[in-house]
Ligand binder design. Structure first.
Ligand SMILES: [Zn+2]
Length: 421
């Protein structure tokens, strides 16, 4: 590691001002800090991001998929490029740091490079990815998914609860859907070297351990379950308790079974039931049919697959005890994606050289990095989230930790700039 990377001194006040300025651009009708994809506040905020990119000395290119790509030109434009970035959209009533730290942190890094006369060998692409948060079309990571060639025409045909097509939302936002699908063309034409994303942890591990840097080991796999319980609707006043086939009681047992699996997970594993819908739903009828939505997440694929088997079995057995039949369907939302070991080591090595304590951590949330990992080796740097809170107005990360994160990002980028395949 060169002494130049040790000289990088991100200016917290500058990052703070950017965080405050961007936070001002939000939906006034919603709580917290709301800037959902395709909304007017989001459109305005990205104009702001674009102008901040230009101020920082980046050459901003549209990529067809709605991503803002800022290029810091290196000495050798033919070399595969380094990539960093994240997202600036938020969930409804979200916070001011999730994703935003990765984009604004990268801009501060670019300013640091200029002020310290550091010229990289490779181009550095700073990307503000379109719509990372899951939207009403049930799709997350729109921009990075498109770059990785994983956004399909079938995705664009998805409809939200109002019956609107995703493709039409792109059009209304000023993006040509065929251009969105073709956006993977430029990543195919322009080889990428490494992807490193700075992000807030969104969980409590780093704060509990008292360290300011987390080096991500893997991004969680997500398996979603839909269980349909078929009991028998009967008169709630006349059918004796012992003769009922109550689908909702069987589903209640399943909710507790989901929780037990999550509690028994070895490393990072969680399990959540998110929705139950019961039919016919009248006050005087024993529930005949229940649909239950749940999910399990872990960075441990072996545990995940065995937990799915156990859970399916237990739900069936318990339901049978109530005379209820159940069909359990699983669908994979996200495969577990490990960080590239060499990128992981570049990040932890950078922290060591800078004398910064770090811990390996799993990511229980999904990120644009999942899709960028299809294009080149990937790694992520986490900074602590206060009390582990995220996707809420209370979401907070200390400026001091953000500054440390930018330092480690800078030293990592400089180290990866020198590595060759
Ligand atoms: Zn995020």
């Amino acid at each position: 590691m060169s002494s130049k990377s040790e000289a990088l001194a991100p200016v917290p006040e500058r990052v703070e001002r950017d965080l405050l300025d961007l936070a001002r651009i939000r939906d006034p009708e919603s709580g917290g800090w709301t800037r959902t994809v395709f909304s007017e506040p989001y459109r305005a905020s990205r104009e702001w991001v674009r102008s901040r990119m230009i101020d920082a000395g980046l050459d901003v290119h549209p990529d067809g998929a709605g991503n803002l790509v800022g290029v810091l030109h290196g000495r050798n434009p033919a070399a595969p490029a380094l990539v960093t970035g994240s997202h600036t959209d938020t969930v409804e009533s979200g916070g001011r740091f999730d994703g935003i730290v990765g984009v604004l942190g990268a801009l501060e890094l670019v300013r640091q490079f200029a002020e310290h006369d550091i010229r990289l060998e490779r181009d550095l692409l700073v990307i503000d990815f379109l719509g990372e948060e899951s939207n009403e079309f049930g799709l997350s990571c729109l921009g990075s998914r498109a770059l990785a060639g994983e956004l399909t025409a079938a995705h664009l045909d998805r409809r939200d609860y109002r019956g609107d097509r995703l493709g039409d939302r792109y059009t209304a936002f000023g993006l040509d859907p065929s251009g969105v699908l073709a956006a993977s063309g430029w990543t195919a034409a322009r080889p990428l070297h490494r992807y490193v994303e700075l992000h807030v942890e969104q969980g409590p591990l780093l704060e509990e351990r008292g360290v300011s840097i987390g080096v991500v080991t893997a991004i969680t796999g997500i398996e979603r379950m839909l269980a349909t319980f078929a009991g028998r609707p009967d008169h709630a006043g006349t059918m004796p308790m012992g003769d009922r086939r109550d689908a909702l009681v069987a589903a209640a047992e399943a909710v507790l079974a989901v929780r037990r699996e999550g509690c028994g997970a070895p490393t990072h594993g969680v399990a959540t039931t998110s929705r139950l819908s019961s039919e016919p739903g009248s006050p005087n009828v024993v529930p005949g049919t229940v649909r239950m939505h749940a999910e399990m997440r872990s960075v441990d694929s072996d545990w995940l697959s065995s937990a799915m088997r156990r859970l399916t079995e237990e739900i069936r057995l318990k339901a049978a005890g109530y005379g209820v039949e159940v069909e359990v369907e699983w669908s994979r939302d996200n495969e577990r994606v490990p960080a590239n070991p060499a990128v992981h080591d570049a990040i932890s090595g950078a922290a060591d050289t800078l004398g910064i304590a770090w811990e390996p951590v799993p990511s229980g949330a999904t990120h644009d990095a999942v899709h960028m990992a299809r294009l080149c080796p990937m790694g992520m740097i986490f900074v602590p989230s206060k009390a582990g809170r995220s996707h809420c107005p209370e979401e907070w990360s200390e400026l001091d930790h953000i500054r440390t994160g930018i330092q480690v990002l800078g030293a990592t980028i400089m180290e990866l700039d020198r590595t060759h395949d």
